[in-house]
Write a protein that binds this ligand. Structure first.
Ligand SMILES: [Fe+2]
Ligand SMILES: [Fe+2]
Length: 260
């Protein structure tokens, strides 16, 4: 059996602090071989820095993915290639720096992982996520015991279709980006664990992590504002997946929420 936990987008200092202080407990409580997280909002709510990636990694986060906020922090494009635990979306243009997938190894178990960006209502120049997934699976063939795929996308239909496309070929397809956990976690007919959105690790007394008033004002008058990261009701939203290491398919999928 191979078990991993995937945590939804880590948002700002509140999300980071709760994740940092909970990693050891989660590993023991869930008996997780690997702990992974999307860290696209870890630095001040937008992007990631090498320093933060190192801190999270040293605290026990085994792998970090990114999403549409991948390049938000200045110079991160210069730093990303030096970060062995971090991968950027696999369907970004090929010339972009950074790893497009990771192969992690612990206790003799090898877990491959990658993330793709959706294309519906996403303002990014990216290739087809379905084709990118095929390419990544080919690159990892014979090299891993299980594969975890993240789809970082806005719409449910694109995420569900993507999950169905990979059903039976990977251990899990879990969604992120909306920052709200969905109640549809299941094992698909051919054995792949699936959930449309894992949610976020951050302040839930907010509009997807940001202070409420400024966001509401912008919906009313259309004017741009600074959206500060909120601070209330901090939670970790994650999903535990247990995988049969022989077949690489899911045995169990269990979303969870931990409060500060
Ligand atoms: Fe996010
Ligand atoms: Fe995102």
């Amino acid at each position: 059996m191979l078990s991993f936990i995937f945590l939804g987008d880590i948002v700002g200092r509140p999300g980071r602090q709760l994740v940092l202080s909970s990693l050891d407990t989660m590993r023991t409580q869930f008996q997780a071989d690997f702990i992974l997280a999307n860290a696209e909002n870890a630095a001040g709510g937008a992007g990631l820095t090498a320093a933060l990636a190192e801190t999270l990694g040293q605290a026990g986060l085994n792998g970090m993915t990114l999403g549409d906020h991948v390049w938000d922090q200045r110079n991160f494009d210069q730093e990303i290639s030096s970060l062995a635990r971090v991968c950027r979306p696999a369907n970004l243009p090929e010339r972009c720096p950074g790893r497009d997938h990771l192969i992690l190894e612990r206790k003799g178990l090898r877990l491959g992982l990658f993330t793709v960006l959706g294309r519906t209502f996403m303002n990014m120049k990216v290739g087809c996520p379905f084709v990118a997934a095929d390419r990544m699976l080919m690159a990892m063939e014979q090299k891993v015991d299980a594969v975890f795929v993240e789809i970082h996308a806005e719409t449910t239909a694109e995420k569900i279709a993507f999950g169905r496309y990979l059903d039976g070929r990977v251990a899990a397809v879990l969604g992120t980006h909306t920052h709200v956990p969905t109640a549809d976690a299941a094992i698909l007919p051919k054995g792949t664990a699936y959930q449309t959105d894992v949610g976020m690790c951050g302040p839930y007394d907010s509009v997807i992590g940001r202070e409420v008033d400024a966001v509401v004002e912008t919906f009313l008058d259309g004017m741009k504002r600074r959206y500060e990261v909120a601070s209330g009701d901090v939670r970790i939203a994650g999903t535990l997946v247990r995988v049969d290491a022989g077949t690489g398919l899911a045995r169990e999928v269990e979303p969870f929420v931990l409060r500060a």
